[in-house]
Design a protein around this ligand. Structure first.
Ligand code: HEM
Ligand code: HEM
Length: 148
């Protein structure tokens, strides 16, 4: 019998999760090139930022300032991010979470990633779509979670 997996409880857990995810995502045959060749991601600079993002969502820290969407709009201008890219991202994320952690926070890490992916994809489609005559552009700003 292997020991049951722990839940995500510390920033170190968030970092471990994020490192494991990027280790896999950067080698991925479907989306790896976006991190490696398009964004030329500096992992050491990136990991603390993404760990803060998850620490804010999962552990109630307020270490992430927001604005996660914008860099994806920049990437999307170079490589259009399609539903299949988001599906792959989510599959890699769920697989990594399930390999390392189990529990309420681990579940939240998976459901919140799905919400964000859906919102990002919808916003990108809106940016890409030409407006019909007379139609007004819509930008939804979400602000939620505990009050600062
Ligand atoms: C304690 C609970 C929650 C916390 C701390 C939290 C935190 C966050 C943070 C930090 C972001 C990134 C914002 C940015 O980068 O600008 C985000 C994005 C998002 N969250 Fe949550 N969240 C929580 C609950 C929820 C719930 C309950 C829902 C929906 C039912 C939700 C849906 C979303 C969506 C759709 C986005 C993406 C927004 C966008 O950029 O279009 N979140 N959340
Ligand atoms: C097709 C799927 C996705 C791709 C290819 C992708 C790619 C990237 C890349 C290349 C960056 C770095 C941009 C830069 O700094 O140059 C980035 C940043 C980031 N991504 Fe994604 N991403 C995807 C989906 C998601 C999803 C679903 C989430 C959240 C659940 C997410 C969260 C973030 C955050 C928090 C940052 C850091 C933003 C900041 O600088 O504050 N990404 N992403």
């Amino acid at each position: 019998m292997t020991a049951p997996l722990p839940d995500i409880t510390t920033r170190e857990d968030c970092e471990r999760l994020v490192r494991a995810f990027y280790g896999r995502a950067m080698l991925d045959p479907i989306i790896g090139f976006i991190f490696v060749d398009v964004a030329k991601l500096d992992l050491e600079a990136h990991v603390p930022k993404i760990a803060s993002f998850w620490e804010t969502i999962l552990l109630g820290a307020q270490s992430y300032g927001g604005g996660a969407f914008r860099p994806h709009a920049v990437i999307n201008a170079q490589v259009p991010l399609r539903a299949g890219h988001f599906e792959r991202w989510l599959w890699l994320w769920r697989t990594t979470v399930d390999e390392l952690f189990a529990g309420e926070r681990a579940e939240l890490a998976k459901t919140h990633a799905e919400r964000v992916a859906r919102a990002f994809h919808a916003r990108l489609r809106m940016l890409d779509a030409p407006l019909a005559a007379g139609e007004l552009p819509v930008l939804t700003i979400t602000r939620h979670g505990p009050e600062p």
